[in-house]
Design a protein around this ligand. Structure first.
Ligand code: COA
Length: 173
C-alpha cells in the first residue's frame, strides 16, 4: 500500500531527525552530511529544516500508519536574485517501503508546494552519480541534467561525483 503524504510540522521533528540519521548512515553515498555531524545539531535545527517559521524550508513526510517512513524537503532563498529558485534536498524512503510510490508522491507534493509559492520558477537538486533509482525518479518529473561536479563528496566508498539537475516550474502538469 502506498504511504500517506503529509506536510511536516514542528511536532514531527524528533521522528524526522531519527529518519534522517538513519538515512545518512544507510545511504551514505546519497547524502552530503554524515550522521555524526547531524546528530550534534540542536532540536531547533531540525524544526527549522522541516517547518521554518520564516518559511525558508518545508518538508513532506510519507507515513505508513503513524510511522514516518520517507521524507523530502525544500529550501527557499530570500535573496532577491535567487528567490525564484528552490532546492530539493533530503529525499529518502526507508528500504522496506521503496517501490510502492512513496518517492514519486513525495516529489509530487514538493513540486506542488514549490509551484504554489509566488515567484518560484525553478527547482534544483543534486544526485550522486550512479544513483539510478533517484535519477529515474527525477527524470520522470522532467528534471534535466545541466552539469556534473567531479569529486563532489568523499564517502566511505571514495570520491563521488554529483549530478546537478533542474526543472522549470511552468512545465508542471
Ligand atoms: C530514490 C528513492 C527515494 C525512491 O523512492 P521509492 O519510494 O522507492 O520510489 P517510487 O516507488 O515512488 O518509484 C518512483 C520512480 O523512481 C524510479 N525508481 C525507484 N526505484 C527504482 C529502482 N530500484 N531502479 C530504477 N528506478 C527506480 C522509477 O522511475 C520509479 O517509477 P516507476 O515505478 O514508474 O518505474 C529511494 O530509492 C531511496 O530512498 N533511496 C536512498 C536515498 C536516495 O538515494 N535519495 C536520493 C537522494 S538525491
Amino acid at each position: 500500500m502506498s504511504p500517506r503524504i503529509a506536510r511536516l510540522t514542528a511536532g514531527h521533528a524528533p521522528a524526522y531527525r531519527s529518519l534522517m540519521l538513519h538515512a545518512y548512515a544507510q545511504a551514505a553515498d546519497a547524502f552530503t552530511s554524515t550522521p555524526q555531524e547531524r546528530a550534534s545539531e540542536p532540536d531547533t535545527w531540525w524544526v527549522r529544516r522541516i517547518a521554518d517559521p520564516q518559511g525558508g524550508s518545508v518538508a513532506f513526510g510519507a507515513f505508513s500508519g503513524d510511522e514516518l517512513v520517507g521524507s523530502v524537503a525544500l529550501e527557499f532563498s530570500d535573496k532577491p536574485k535567487t528567490r525564484h529558485k528552490v532546492h530539493l534536498i533530503g529525499m529518502f524512503v526507508r528500504a522496506e517501503h521503496r517501490g510502492t510510490g512513496a518517492g514519486r508522491a513525495l516529489v509530487a507534493a514538493a513540486l506542488e508546494h514549490a509551484q504554489s509559492r509566488a515567484g518560484v520558477r525553478a527547482v534544483t537538486l543534486t544526485v550522486t552519480a550512479g544513483n539510478e533509482p533517484a535519477l529515474a525518479l527525477y527524470r520522470a518529473f522532467g528534471f534535466q541534467l545541466f552539469g556534473t561536479e567531479p569529486m563532489a563528496i568523499l564517502t566511505p566508498s571514495g570520491f563521488q561525483s554529483k549530478l546537478h539537475l533542474w526543472k522549470a516550474l511552468d512545465d508542471c502538469p
